[in-house]
Design a protein around this ligand. Structure first.
Ligand code: NDP
Length: 280
């Protein structure tokens, strides 16, 4: 392996320590999470968020609702949490049961408490180049790149995946950092033509090893967001052999994953600061 591993855990640990100090400085902050239904993966994610929040001294409320919860009932609860002054930051875990419209939900969360950055107002601010509350995975990717002093100005960045949760926000942040950004997706023809051109390649597809080593430019920086459960365990979207070609690469697990949770806590602090200072 030639590439330097961009490990997420040490940086995430540091960020979580900084968050804990800020929480003390703010006299405590409150986070509320809402989980509808009993999706096992969602239960694991919510559990990890609460573990991390508790370790950072964040007062976290874990609201669980049955799968039969109606959209109106959920919207009513979100309204109550929006109005609750003890709640600085609020998230509703995705995916939601099929009978609940995630877009309606995203709009219902107070944009000032929108710790996930999914509200159209926050997405719009990012689009306009004024990032305020940005989805944590995208923030975490940028923090990892900064930690390794990856030069972005003028770099050719290629993002594979265009979800509102990862692909689009990270593409906007890279653009803001003055990279020249290409976004690829399932209808992109000849994906390798684009990936081979990338100085910085971010892959967020959800398909095990969709990017093979021969699709990676020599000496490039590769960020693998994918988390795919296979019979060989948890694997990314990029073939690990890409480490023989790239200069920097994130491991899976232990790369982007830990950064997402740390940056979610950072966003919670940001929510508290923005709201309490009235600067939102
Ligand atoms: P989505 O399913 O919402 O989006 C996947 C994107 O990949 C879509 O834009 C889709 O294109 C594109 N795509 C699908 N197949 C191909 C292909 N063959 N070639 C090029 N593009 C393709 O997923 P998410 O963005 O939510 O997540 C992506 C991955 O990242 C998943 O593995 C997920 O588990 C992981 N993840 C990891 C996190 C972490 O903390 N490490 C956090 C969040 C996600 P189209 O739009 O055309 O359908």
């Amino acid at each position: 392996m030639a590439a330097t591993l961009m490990e997420g855990r040490p940086l995430a640990e540091r960020i979580r320590g900084e968050v804990a100090a800020e929480v003390v400085g703010l006299g405590g902050i409150g986070l509320a999470t809402v989980l509808v239904g009993d999706d096992p993966a969602s239960e694991i994610y919510i559990g990890r968020k609460h573990e991390a929040a508790a370790a950072a001294g964040i007062d976290a409320r874990d609201v669980r609702l049955p799968p039969s919860t109606t959209e109106d009932e959920l919207l009513r609860l979100v309204g109550e949490l929006n109005a609750d002054d003890a709640v600085d930051a609020l998230l509703v875990q995705l995916p939601l049961p099929a009978h609940i419209d995630p877009d309606r939900l995203a709009r219902a969360v107070d944009p000032a408490k929108d710790v996930d950055g999914f509200h159209p107002e926050n997405a719009g601010e990012l689009y306009l180049g004024r990032p305020r509350l940005v989805p944590a995975t995208a923030v975490g990717i940028m923090a990892l790149l900064a930690e390794h002093r990856i030069l972005l100005t003028g770099a050719r960045a290629v993002v594979v995946g265009r979800s509102a949760i990862v692909g689009k926000p990270v593409a906007h942040l890279l653009l803001q950092a003055n990279a020249t950004v290409t976004v690829c997706h399932s209808r992109t023809e000849d994906l390798a033509r684009h990936t081979l051109d990338a100085d910085v390649l971010v892959v967020a597809v959800g398909d095990a090893e969709v990017v093979t080593a021969d699709m990676v430019k020599t000496g490039s920086v590769v960020v693998d967001v994918g988390m795919n459960r296979t019979e060989n365990g948890l694997v990314g979207d990029v073939d690990p052999d890409a480490a023989d070609v790239a200069a920097f690469i994130t491991p899976v697990p232990g790369g982007v994953g830990p950064m997402t949770i740390a940056c979610l806590l950072q966003n919670a602090v940001r929510c508290a600061r923005l709201r309490r200072s009235g600067t939102y």
